[in-house]
Ligand binder design. Structure first.
Ligand code: PLP
Length: 372
């Protein structure tokens, strides 16, 4: 009997297709004798630079990318950084780990990204940066933030490689861009990885130092940094995958279109509202996420039909125990709180087939008709 389950995410087909090239990369690194940084990482950074148009510095993961970017901007105790509560923990965790205070601004109910006017209204004398997140592959309105705030804008572009606003790529609009190469990301390693982009050479230089304990030469340390280096093996694998990124991105966009037209054809637009991509923005659909009426029941129904879907994110950051000392309460940021109750990310990865998308939408339609 054919297995007609549909996973929320899968790398199986991608790995099978790339296996010979990945083994070549593996053999090359084994023979090189250099396993951390070195020529593979240098080559990967150069390829990223030609893709994105700004220098890129490889680091150990996306969380470190954020931490190092903020450290390069000399953000520390007593400083405030305005950010979104509807994101992965690392966004605000990196701010707090440096002794700075995350100041949460509510999100837009349609784009799910930080509302730029709310973010700008939270700017106060101690504000040292604004940290928007390009959630699910859709850029936050970064041009508005850059225009409205005189200080640095740090883009959490972990989910948005190749996303753009007015033709400007994620990670190149603000002062610094932070990317994750976690395996499920649009460009994912076979382990942890990350990189930082910046159009300001002094920031790229600082991150290059900070990733090797603040060293400018071997055993010569000019400041406190950390060990946050990208492995040569991951860089070699990522160079193989980078060649396919545009094609995979096009497939994600086509699958998202298929979901949208399927949901509309079933007349579900009032009950299932996909993340809105405003004019001028180009999203890369790290996730296809909807606001769904009776979200938890729908989630279970899909699961009962062998269809995986995921709740990103079940808790807004401002209500998590780790940030209880900041004094936010239920109702402080109502849109983010509502999204945590309604958001559901449907199956999406480049190898997913239209026919599978149609089946997911059919189950959703039947659920709302009450017959699934
Ligand atoms: C929005 C966002 N920021 C930061 C991170 C942290 O990246 P990493 O898991 O590579 O540390 C992730 C990914 O997990 C993310 O999705």
């Amino acid at each position: 009997m054919p297995d007609d389950r549909i996973s929320a995410f899968s790398l199986t087909e991608q790995v099978a297709a790339l296996r010979p090239e990945l083994f070549d990369a593996w053999n090359r690194v084994l023979d090189s004798g250099q396993y951390i940084l070195g020529p593979e990482v240098d080559a990967f950074e150069k390829e990223l630079q030609s893709l994105l148009g700004v220098p890129a510095v490889g680091v150990a993961n996306g969380s470190d990318a954020l931490l190092l970017a903020l450290q390069a901007l000399q953000i520390g105790p007593g400083d405030e950084v305005v950010t979104t509560p509807f994101t992965f923990f690392a966004t605000a965790g990196s701010i707090a780990r440096l002794g700075a205070v995350p100041v949460f601004a509510d999100v837009d109910p349609q784009t799910f990204n930080v509302d730029p006017e709310q973010a700008l209204s939270r700017v106060a004398p101690r504000t040292r940066a604004i940290l928007p997140v390009h959630l699910f592959g859709l850029m936050a309105d970064t041009l508005r933030l850059v225009e409205g705030f005189a200080g640095p804008v740090v883009e959490d572009a972990a989910q948005a490689i190749l996303g753009s606003q007015e033709g400007r790529l994620a990670g190149t609009v603000g002062d610094v861009g932070c990317f994750s190469l976690y395996p499920t990301k649009n460009l994912g390693a076979f382990g942890d990885g990350g990189f930082v982009t910046s159009r300001r050479p002094e920031l790229s230089d600082a991150i290059r130092r900070l990733r090797v304990h603040g060293a400018t030469a071997k055993y010569y340390h000019v400041e406190l940094g950390m060990n946050s280096r990208l492995d040569a093996l991951q860089a070699a694998f990522l160079r193989v995958k980078l060649r396919h990124l545009q094609d995979w991105t096009d497939k994600r966009v086509a699958l998202a279109d298929r979901y949208r037209s399927g949901l509309a054809a079933h007349g579900l637009q009032d009950r299932v509202r996909p993340q809105m991509v405003p004019p001028g923005f180009s999203a890369v659909f790290h996730q296809f996420t909807v606001r769904a009426e009776r979200r938890d029941a729908l989630w279970e129904r899909l699961l009962a039909h062998g269809m995986g879907s995921t709740v990103y994110y079940p808790h807004p950051l401002h209500l998590l125990p780790a940030f209880s000392h900041l004094g936010y309460r239920e109702g402080s940021l109502p849109v983010a709180e509502e999204l945590c109750r309604e958001a559901l990310s449907l199956p999406l990865y480049p190898e997913l087939r239209f026919e599978q998308v149609d089946r997911v939408v059919d189950v959703m339609a039947a659920f709302y008709r009450g017959t699934a």
